[in-house]
Write a protein that binds this ligand. Structure first.
Ligand code: HEM
Length: 406
């Protein structure tokens, strides 16, 4: 790949004053250069895809590899959840074999059975949130990210995996470091090592004392049966932990903030909670938190959107752009909980790697937002909107903190 040329940088920042918008450059690129070369933060270049149809066709095309070690894979600033060899970085046919081992706990049926437990966890976190505000006095505010958005998915995935609740603080700090754009590579490597060591201990513990959880099943049925190595079990646990909590946490925070900013939609949802599933799809589309999302490397020459992508070249699929593409979502910059086709968004990716945990994420979002609306009818921001700290410095978009009151 020619690395000597420099191109327009990969758009990253939302437009000033518009934290809910993807970078403005996408609007122009979708029209003028829907498949274009961009310079990545490390100085290398990759193809940036911005149109819905092009991104879906690329993500469905087996000639694009998810393997970070494939020549040309755009690694720069890349999410490290799941190193080489983990499900999300494995190509078919091995990918299908791995994924089948994990599907059962994440099916719609399994997730439906889990809903009462998710509701109980949510109720308890909301009780604690109310207590905390009580202690702080009537003018007190509570950080919704720390009180609900982060602990809820973290507790749910810890429960599924069999990770002790006491370890949650450790996980949140490690994953934040692993995923951060501002931490140095050395800090990220140290955090990955810490997580690796912890999970190795946890896997060893499950061999001795199995429980009714995903990790115990992987250790006993798959590792015991020779289908997975110890390293692969540990890698799978890492992926589920990181993929399962950072993303959903940010969507809960952004979801709550969006509802606060759209009182008419919120009133409709309060009056009719059955509208919530549609609102969740719209929130996923509108925010598309893995903004310059899935990346791939071409393993053969492939034509996408009229441009030839050569074997050994990388692509970056801007799902945040695809999900605002007016060709697919008319008036896509408007948040509309009654949008007819919101569920066709690709915030969970597309093709064989489409998010394994999407039913779980949807359930957590619906329960968290419905509970917030019911419990705190007067929920509002405790700071100016302009002072909310957004995570444009992180790979998964969201808010660092969300001070609320009611
Ligand atoms: C709102 C929350 C979430 C969002 C926006 C999200 C987004 C995504 C995206 C875009 C992909 C595709 C990556 C690619 O094609 O390279 C993906 C894959 C994946 N996600 Fe999620 N995710 C969310 C929640 C979760 C949860 C709760 C879990 C599990 C507990 C999870 C587990 C996974 C796994 C295991 C994969 C890899 C699947 C494969 O490679 O076959 N995600 N997710």
């Amino acid at each position: 790949m020619d690395t000597s040329q420099t191109y327009e940088p990969l758009p990253a920042e939302p437009p000033p004053g518009c934290p809910f918008s993807p970078p403005h450059a996408y609007t122009r690129l979708r029209v003028e250069h829907p498949v274009t070369r961009v310079t990545m933060p490390d100085g290398s270049w990759a193809w940036l895809l911005t149109r819905y149809a092009d991104i879906r066709s690329a993500l469905a095309d087996p000639r694009f590899s998810s393997d970070v070690n494939a020549p040309g894979y755009p690694r720069s600033g890349m999410v490290t959840a799941g190193e080489g060899g983990s499900l999300i970085r494995t190509d078919p046919p091995e990918h299908g074999r791995r994924r089948r081992m994990l599907t059962r706990p994440f099916t719609l049926k399994s997730v439906s059975a889990l809903r009462p437990r998710i509701q109980r966890i949510t109720d308890r976190l909301c009780d604690e949130m109310a207590d905390r505000r009580q202690q702080d006095g009537p003018d007190g505010s509570v950080d919704l990210v720390r009180s609900l958005a982060l602990p809820l998915p973290s507790l749910v995935i810890s429960l599924l995996l069999g990770v002790p609740y006491e370890d949650r603080a450790l996980f949140q700090s490690i994953t934040a470091t692993v995923l951060s754009r501002v931490n140095t590579e050395a800090e990220r490597t140290a955090a990955r090592e810490e997580l690796r060591a912890y999970l190795a201990r946890l896997v060893a513990g499950k061999e001795e004392n199995p429980g009714d959880d995903i990790l115990s099943e992987l250790v006993h049925d798959r590792m015991g049966g020779g289908e997975l190595t110890r390293e692969e079990v540990r890698g799978t646990a890492t992926l589920l932990l990181i993929a399962g909590h950072e993303t959903t946490a940010n969507m809960i925070g952004l979801g709550a903030l969006t509802l606060i900013r759209h009182p008419r939609a919120t009133a409709e949802l309060r009056a009719d909670p059955t509208l919530m599933p549609g609102a969740v799809e719209e929130l996923l589309r509108f925010h598309s938190i893995t903004r310059s999302g899935p990346r791939r490397a071409a393993t053969a020459d492939v034509e996408v959107g009229g441009r030839l992508i050569k074997a050994g070249e990388g692509i970056v699929c801007a799902v945040a752009s695809a999900n605002r593409d007016p060709g697919q979502f008319p008036d896509g910059d408007t948040f509309d909980i009654r949008r007819r086709n919101a569920q066709h968004h690709i915030a969970f990716g597309y093709g064989v790697h489409q998010c394994l945990g999407q039913s779980l994420a949807r359930a957590e979002l619906e329960i968290a937002l419905n509970t917030l609306l019911a419990r705190f009818p007067e929920l509002r921001l405790a700071v100016d909107f302009a002072d909310v700290p957004f995570r444009s410095d992180m790979l998964v978009y969201g808010c660092h903190a969300l001070p609320v009151t009611w």
